[in-house]
Design a protein around this ligand. Structure first.
Ligand code: NDP
Length: 345
């Protein structure tokens, strides 16, 4: 019998939360593509790790956004790191590693221009290509440097601070001479931010005294607020903004599972404090990725940026649960699903 391979397809658009066993469907496909199926310039990509991203929830909605929605019946979109299993493209020899938006699949035939080679810097590892040297590291870099225009002496507040993006935002802000307060969802995460990543302070937003502690911690008022979560925390940050504060609008994970996302209630602070609130999408900076990746790789090699991964094992079958659990804060640092281990770990 010909070998089979698995994919996960979108079965039904969720109204609010992802519904296990309903939103996605695991499909067994036959036969697995092989070297004989390749045309010139193509490679057979075998997925090792899937990147699990908050934005995925938005791709399930049939609405106008920065990227078209995933279609019903289509393989779920997603970034992956994988191995070149067979190749008719000299730039991607057999056995080399690459990242690609291959989606939730064990195998895919990709054209060379759909792949990026993974170069591991000293002190790095392959999966950094999906985090600090991939989309979340780039988002942190352009968000805090180009949009937030962080500078020495700034007081920076980062929400979602123990996640893949937020943890790098805070460390870059420290490298630029800012004072950094992180906000995250557990005491352990806050300890990691302060004791290992060098944040000046960190607060657990699930603490019952969080609002009081936030007011005390922001008594000098905020120069730059990097928003990953929206909702009540954004409102609180608005109420503590300094005149001419910069608000970097990166994401709003607290609203992603809601069919009626709530905007800020304190929005008049934007007027009274002359706040510049600016959204951005990392793809806007695509031409500048090489420069940013060089600097991020150098910081990683020098130990100036640290990172963590949370890896969910169990293959593609676990992708749906991992995505659902992302919105419960299951991860510290980057959330990945292991489809087939790479032995550099
Ligand atoms: P993370 O690694 O930060 O994971 C998401 C984290 O969000 C969870 O670990 C959880 O941690 C926190 N969270 C979940 N629900 C809530 C909630 N209701 N309130 C507060 N925090 C919550 O993911 P990423 O680093 O990949 O993404 C971070 C943000 O950046 C997202 O908003 C994402 O959409 C955005 N993004 C934007 C891009 C752009 O181009 N603009 C590109 C990439 C990402 P906790 O335990 O702290 O709750």
């Amino acid at each position: 019998m010909a070998p089979t391979y698995k994919t996960v397809v979108l079965a039904k658009r969720p109204k609010d939360n992802i519904v296990p066993g309903e939103t996605f469907r695991l499909v067994t496909n036959n036969p697995t593509p092989s070297a004989a199926d390749l045309k010139d310039g193509e490679v057979l990509f075998e997925t090792n790790y899937l990147s699990i991203d908050p934005a995925m929830r938005g791709w399930l909605n049939d609405t106008r956004s920065y990227i078209p929605p995933v279609k019903i019946g289509e393989v779920m979109r997603g970034g992956c790191i994988g191995t070149v299993e067979a190749s008719k493209n000299p730039q991607f020899p057999v056995g080399s590693f690459a990242t690609a938006t291959a989606g939730w699949t064990e195998y895919k035939i990709c054209r060379g221009n759909e792949l990026q080679r993974v170069v591991v810097p000293r002190g790095g590892k392959l999966t950094d290509g999906l985090s600090v040297l991939g989309m979340t590291g780039l988002t942190a870099y352009f968000g805090i440097i180009d949009v937030g225009k962080v500078k020495a002496g700034d007081f920076v507040v980062v929400s979602g601070a123990a996640g893949a993006t937020g943890s790098v935002v805070g460390q870059i802000a420290k490298l630029k001479g800012a004072t950094v307060l992180g906000i995250a969802g557990s005491e352990d995460k806050c300890r990691w931010l302060k004791e290992e990543l060098g944040f000046d302070d960190a607060l657990n937003y699930k603490d019952r005294d969080f609002f009081k502690k936030f007011r005390a911690a922001t008594k000098d008022l905020i120069d730059v607020y990097f928003d990953n979560v929206g909702g009540e925390i954004l409102d609180m940050a608005l109420s503590r903004a300094k005149k001419h504060a910069r608000f970097v609008m990166c994401g709003g994970i607290s609203q992603y599972n809601s069919s009626k996302p709530q905007g800020p209630k304190n929005y008049l602070m934007i007027v009274s404090m002359r706040i510049r609130m600016e959204g951005f999408i990392v793809f806007d900076y695509a031409k500048e990725y090489p420069r940013a990746l060089r600097e991020l790789a150098q910081w990683l090699s020098e130990g100036k940026i640290k990172r963590k991964e949370t890896i969910v094992k169990g293959g593609l079958d676990q992708a749906e649960n991992a995505l659902r659990d992302l919105y419960q804060g299951v991860n510290t640092g980057k959330l990945l699903v292991e489809v087939k281990p790479i032995d550099d770990k």
